[in-house]
Design a protein around this ligand. Structure first.
Ligand SMILES: Cc1cc2nc3c(=O)[nH]c(=O)nc-3n(C[C@H](O)[C@H](O)[C@H](O)COP(=O)(O)OP(=O)(O)OC[C@H]3O[C@@H](n4cnc5c(N)ncnc54)[C@H](O)[C@@H]3O)c2cc1C
Length: 452
């Protein structure tokens, strides 16, 4: 039964009665089905001071996909992570699988020409198809579904801009979509706040915890060595090769990959100056009657809106709950203080959920970049891929394969995202003090477009 609160919901905070279900935890929902591997379980306990053909820094999607491909080709691979294996964004994200990019075909065409724009979107599409094919081929049970995505327009002007952008993209690269007029919105979502929208039918969703757990299993089977709680503080180069310096000693390697995305530590100075970490926040509702979910999102797709700073919603793939995210970039190190405000936003969108309680709230680091583009490349002989701007499931999988192809000198290592220019900003050293301000600017920008 949906718990109904007896009082009007105001701007609720964490202390509000009726906000948290009895099973509330500040922990990613995904960790229930896919708990983080304990430090001792199948992990290399020994201190380092050894060597490997390839050292991978970061045990998320990118790092493990690269490690898996390399190990299967006979490389001795060590994956090092400052936290527990998978404790970064890989098991914290929302599980939307799409062709997400903040830059439109039109914007890219104006900047670098139509050919470049088409190549960018074709590679995003290849990454989407790639993750589907990879999950299938590897038989990773992670609830991959081609559920389609509904994008809800926050104003008439947003609706017009959305349809224009989708049509331009269709003409350039052929991606299908269908328009949902304002009077049809309720066929997609039980909300009166939107001014129309569009469905992109071929986008998907995944259980990110089970996806990452599958990657860990496959990597271990292929012989990859995993070193949790091993913070990398630098990479030295000399005539004999590279030495990765860590909190647990050094490890020599012929090749090094950095796959640290939103968790890139300041020790990795060149990359830390180019990546902008910001926090994403998610809540999971208590168990809901399945009929409630069918009523509020009858097609059980993924949902987001047209704002720069999006609200996003999806059903859990393995239980009768809704997962909702927003307030990205808020400067709170934990999610519980924002749980009330997130629940209020959810209820504003879906009034049928009034009084719903929460079972989980959590946060994780995403990675932005100054040019809003993901990057893959090589700097001083060290390979890297990061800056996914909310698209790390397909791009992490795709770039993981590309990084392996670079080292193996086999397959296709090329990428339209491998560009010489990876911008930073004067005085930026990796401390993103400006993110909350940028988010306020995006809110202002969205309002301005809304006023048309
Ligand atoms: C709340 C949230 C929602 C998101 N939703 C989506 C979504 O719906 N769809 C989507 O595609 N993407 C989404 N993302 C983004 C996606 O999760 C990431 O882009 C993705 O996990 C790719 O990052 P990764 O796997 O390369 O790195 P991560 O999984 O972030 O792992 C990086 C690892 O590097 C380690 N590390 C960092 N520095 C060091 C060091 N010096 N030494 C050793 N280890 C180090 C960290 O401990 C961490 O474990 C979301 C992210 C967040 C936070």
């Amino acid at each position: 039964m949906l718990h109904i609160m007896s009082q009007e919901t105001g701007t609720s905070g964490a202390a509000e009665a009726g906000l948290f279900a009895d099973d509330y935890l500040e922990e990613p929902y995904w960790w229930s089905a896919a708990p983080l591997p304990s430090v001792s379980e199948n992990m290399e306990p020994a201190l380092l001071d050894g060597r490997a053909d390839v050292v991978v820094v970061g045990s998320g999607i990118t790092g493990l996909v690269a490690a898996l491909h390399l190990a299967r080709e006979g490389c001795d691979v060590a994956v090092l992570d400052a936290q527990r294996i998978g404790e970064g964004a890989a098991r914290r994200n929302a599980g939307f699988v799409g062709r997400t990019l903040k830059r439109s075909v039109e914007w890219l065409t104006a900047k670098s020409g139509r050919d470049h724009a088409v190549r960018v979107y074709r590679e995003l599409d290849a990454a989407l198809r790639g993750v589907q094919a990879f999950v299938d081929r590897e038989r990773i049970e992670c609830h991959y579904q081609t559920c389609g995505r509904f994008i809800a327009a926050n104003s008439n002007a947003h609706f017009r801009a959305l349809v224009t952008e989708l049509e331009q993209t269709r003409q350039a690269v052929g991606f299908d979509y269908s328009v949902v007029e304002k009077h049809e919105v309720r066929s997609e979502i039980a909300s009166d706040g939107y001014h129309g929208g569009a469905v992109i039918p071929d986008l998907g969703s995944i259980h990110p915890g089970l996806y990452h757990a599958g990657l860990v299993r496959k990597a271990l089977e292929a012989g990859v060595r995993l070193y949790p709680l091993t913070n990398v503080v630098g990479v030295d180069h000399d005539a004999r090769g590279k030495t990765v310096r860590t909190s647990r000693g050094g490890i020599a390697a012929r090749h090094v990959i950095i796959a640290t995305n939103g968790y890139t530590s300041r020790d990795l100075k060149w990359l830390a100056r180019r990546v902008i970490p910001f926090r994403g926040f998610l809540i999971a509702t208590e168990l809901l009657p399945p009929e409630t979910i069918d009523r509020v999102i009858p097609h059980r797709r993924t949902y987001l809106d047209t704002k720069m700073n999006i609200d996003f919603l999806r059903p859990a793939p393995d239980s009768s709950r809704l997962l909702f995210g927003g307030m990205t970039g808020t400067a709170s190190p934990t999610a519980t203080p924002l749980a009330g405000a997130l629940r209020d936003r959810l209820v504003r969108i879906l009034p049928d959920l009034k009084g719903v309680r929460l079972s989980r709230a959590w946060t994780g680091h995403c990675a932005g970049t100054f040019d809003f583009m993901p990057h893959i490349g090589t700097k001083d002989g060290v390979h890297f891929a990061l800056g996914y701007n909310f698209a790390g499931i397909p791009l992490g999988t795709h770039f993981g394969e590309k990084l392996a192809a670079r080292i193996l000198e086999r397959g296709d290592p090329s990428s339209v995202f491998d560009v010489e220019k990876f911008p930073t900003a004067p005085f930026y050293g990796g401390s993103p003090w400006f993110v909350p301000l940028a988010m306020r600017y995006f809110d202002w920008h969205d309002d301005r477009i809304a006023k048309g």
